[in-house]
Design a protein around this ligand. Structure first.
Ligand SMILES: Cc1ncc(COP(=O)(O)O)c(C=O)c1O
Length: 408
């Protein structure tokens, strides 16, 4: 069922309230979501939309997964929050599980991706602080690590950085997949090398395994902390627990967040010793991070991932989806490239992708437009091949009739 071309009075009221009273940080798409079930979301009038975006990579189990609903109900009736001054049964278990999955030693739980990046950069600072001037961070051009000042300082995109300058000093940006450029930028003053194994917001660009290995070798040589930002590509999105794992590289810190608590806010810094223990009591903290509700849900999410064999499922359905996108590319010459792996995929077009994204929404399919010409797909891990086919049929129809606005 297609989305409305005009809105009901209630939808207008909701939109006006936001327009009048919210600080306008987002240019919202024209849709008021009421609820969701599985890979579908529903607007206020009951029209449904196939979700190829998962709330930007968060709803890996789709909406209203019965096991998640059950543990939220149970735990909400017991304790939603307890202060980090006390123990509770789930934080240690989650830290243990994440450490095991990443082959590391310890974890810190917080509330978001950017908060986890901040903490990781602070750990690197502390770990490096004995050496003079060793506070520099080498990240990549086109990267995205979050919106707080520290994370923004390490984000390699002028459009996000420039309005907030001066930022935290000491960041340098190396060219993507260019080992020589990385070698030129990393030195004894580098405290951290920060990489996304697959750049997400930047348009789905994957680092070569050789590049990740070169980064590891450089980090060891210069005693820098190697941090992988797996906030978008991690925890199953590529069909592996972490996208870097296929390279065999051992980072010092892995940062993760989006799908971790199935929609509740939760981020994690997972670190190896001795880097992990650079942070000691009183050096860092968070009021909400690692509360019993979010941690218990995250444990349930990780159990579901394992028990329902979702990594294998992501690999299988991801391969199917990629094949469907290849087929689209064969038919539509304006598709320049297909990128990504697992259920983290993108089409790069010859023209701006936002109008097409809006047309897809009107046709009942939620996708995302990033980096001007890229259509990004981050469907829930539970998506079935039939649902992929359905979304692809919508895209095929749109592509067949789409006339891009003339470029001026
Ligand atoms: C790779 C990456 N790092 C960091 C962030 C920031 O995470 P958050 O929005 O939870 O602060 C994002 C968010 O999209 C991301 O994709």
């Amino acid at each position: 069922m297609a989305a409305p071309t005009s809105f009901t009075a209630r939808e207008v009221e909701i939109q006006e309230l936001e327009n009048n009273y919210l600080i306008p940080t987002y240019a919202r798409y024209p849709l008021v979501i009421d609820h969701g079930r599985g890979c579908w979301v529903y607007d206020l009038e009951g029209r449904r939309y196939l979700d190829f975006l998962s709330g930007l990579g968060v709803n890996a189990l789709g909406h209203a997964h019965p096991r998640i609903v059950k543990v939220i109900r149970e735990q909400a009736a017991r304790a939603i929050h307890v202060s980090n001054l006390y123990y509770h049964p789930y934080q240690g278990r989650l830290a243990h599980k994440l450490s095991r999955l990443a082959d590391m030693d310890r974890a810190f739980l917080c509330n978001s991706g950017t908060e986890a990046i901040e903490g990781a950069l602070k750990i690197a600072r502390l770990y490096s602080q004995e050496a003079k001037d060793k506070f520099h961070v080498v990240a990549l051009e086109n990267s995205f690590h979050g919106r707080t000042l520290g994370a923004l300082s390490a984000t390699g995109q002028a459009k996000y950085r420039t309005p907030f300058e001066p930022l935290v000093p000491g960041a340098a940006f190396a060219r993507f997949n260019d080992i020589e450029d990385l070698r030129a930028k990393v030195n004894e003053q580098t405290s951290a090398i920060l990489l996304e194994a697959i750049q997400g917001e930047g348009g789905i660009f994957e680092l070569d395994a050789d590049y990740l290995r070169a980064a590891e070798e450089l980090a060891r040589r210069c005693n820098a902390v190697l941090i992988f930002d797996e906030i978008q590509c991690g925890l199953g999105r590529t069909g592996e627990y972490f996208a870097f794992q296929r390279s065999g590289v051992k980072p010092d810190i892995v940062v993760t967040s989006k799908p971790l608590a199935a929609g509740l806010p939760l981020g994690a810094i997972i670190a190896r010793e001795p880097v992990a223990s650079a942070l000691t009591a009183g050096m860092h903290g968070t009021t909400f991070g690692g509360g019993p509700l979010a941690c218990r849900v995250a444990l349930e999410f990780l159990d579901i991932l394992e028990q329902e064999h979702l990594l294998e499922h992501v690999q299988r359905v991801g391969a199917h989806m990629r094949a469907c996108l290849e087929d689209l590319k064969d038919h539509f010459h304006f598709i320049k490239t297909i990128r990504g792996r697992g259920l983290m995929l993108a089409l790069d077009l010859e023209f701006p992708s936002r109008p097409l994204m809006l047309e897809a929404l009107h046709a009942g399919l939620l996708i995302n437009s990033t980096h001007d010409t890229v259509l990004r797909f981050l469907p829930p891990f539970i998506i079935r091949e039939e649902e992929v086919d359905r979304g692809i049929r919508i895209l095929r129809k749109l592509f067949a009739s789409y006339k891009p606005a003339p470029q001026v």
